[in-house]
Design a binder for this molecule. Structure first.
Ligand code: PLP
Length: 394
């Protein structure tokens, strides 16, 4: 089938890359040891801090998010250390797997893939650890496989209530630059980010925001590391350089994406994602499809995961939508395969793109013969215009 117009990439990352970012990357590669690169490096490293809401160090790796997961562990921990992790879904499972391979003793609190990390559970587990054997609490902020957002500020409070000194490490790969996230205020020690979602870049860069406490832990941590080593990275970073060849053209793109985020203003970026999350959930409710997320306090503003009714196949629905309307939706991952699909509404995105996305889903539901109530699109549109909006000047 021949498709015309633009493909709708509505998976929860990688997201649509703005033309401005694409153009910014379409430039000759420069000497990464020369003065022009130093300026780019300084600009980007400084510009990333407000995105994490930190005054501290931020590092940029040339890797996908999984690299930064591993880097968080090897920079702060030693073989045999105990860490506390929570089963929120596919991505918490993967981070746990890395921790196990790195020789951590992982205390993995089971979950039903429909809820975030329970702050009460954090407090209880840390309270039992009188000898402070647990070295780190590791949490996925926005579980991309389920559309559930854990409440990091509350988790921090629980750690403080338990008077426990463990590091707090948070994966913000599908929340950074889309949902409010405060590295410093929430007392996070290592925040892990990626380029391909809220930052509107192609895949290929990952990030850490690092607290002073994490830098101290780094001095004691004994796991072997070279490529990921903060000390190797932070030294040349002071002058805008990298210890090895950086992904120069992605850095050009990052500089432009940061300019775009500043033009819009982070608060407006968060508000826009909140509106789109709410409109999508209104559509789901009108269709009569069940959200994977059980707790309204934990609804994700960057993606919505929906169950299809029993006896129906979510991947068949996605296939029909791709074939007929040229729209990619997120598949159900591991134990949600076939049972759920995910609508990404993050990054370079607007009201009419959401309207198109919801239309594609509703037409797909009809073509796939999946029982639903019509009117989800209208509910989504009503939600979008029911919010107080600044009207553009005539
Ligand atoms: C929450 C979360 N963590 C980690 C990852 C892994 O990142 P990557 O696929 O870039 O290695 C992803 C990828 O989608 C993610 O959504």
């Amino acid at each position: 089938m021949i498709h015309t117009g633009r493909h709708f990439l509505q998976i929860p990352g990688p997201t649509n890359v703005p033309d401005r970012v694409l153009r910014a990357m379409d430039r000759p590669v420069i000497d990464h040891r020369g003065p022009e690169f130093a300026r780019l490096g300084m600009e980007v490293l400084a510009g990333l801090r407000p995105i994490f809401q930190t005054q501290g160090a931020v590092v940029v790796y040339s890797s996908s998010g999984s690299g930064a997961w591993e880097a968080a562990i090897v920079n702060t921990l030693s073989s045999g250390d105990r860490v506390l992790m929570f089963e929120t879904g596919h991505f918490s499972n993967l981070w746990r797997d890395i921790a196990i391979r790195m020789g951590m003793q992982v205390e993995y609190v089971p979950g039903n893939w429909r809820r975030g990390v329970s702050p009460a559970e954090v407090e209880a587990r840390l309270g039992e650890d009188k000898g402070h054997a647990i070295q780190a609490v590791m949490v996925v902020h926005n579980e991309t496989s389920t559309g559930v957002t854990s409440r990091i500020a509350e988790i921090r409070r629980s750690m403080d209530n338990a008077h426990h000194p463990a590091l707090l490490m948070v994966d913000t790969i599908s929340s950074l630059a889309s949902m409010d996230y405060r590295h410093d205020e929430w007392g996070v020690d290592v925040t892990v980010g990626g380029s391909q979602k809220g930052l509107m870049l192609p895949p290929g860069l990952s990030f850490h925001a690092i607290s002073e406490k994490a830098l101290l832990a780094n001095k004691r941590a004994k796991l072997p590391r070279y490529y990921w080593d903060w000390q190797e990275m932070l030294k040349p970073n002071r002058a805008g350089f990298f210890p090895y060849t950086p992904a120069t053209n992605l850095m050009y793109g990052l500089r432009e994406a940061l300019i775009m985020l500043n033009e819009e203003g982070l608060t407006n970026v968060f508000r826009r994602h909140a509106r789109h999350g709410e409109a999508t959930r209104s559509a789901a409710k009108a269709w009569g499809l069940e959200l994977v997320c059980e707790d309204p306090r934990e609804y994700s503003n960057t993606l919505t995961a929906l169950f299809v009714p029993n006896g129906h196949d979510a991947d068949r629905l996605r296939e029909i939508i791709l074939k007929n309307f040229d729209m990619s939706l997120g598949t159900g991952l591991s134990k949600l395969a076939g049972k759920a699909f995910r609508i990404g509404h993050l990054g370079h995105f607007n009201d009419l793109m959401l309207a198109g996305t919801l239309s594609g889903v509703e037409m797909g539901l009809r073509l796939a013969g999946i029982p639903h109530n019509p009117g989800g699109v209208m509910a989504g549109l009503n939600s979008l215009v029911s919010h107080e909006r600044e009207l553009a000047p005539a």
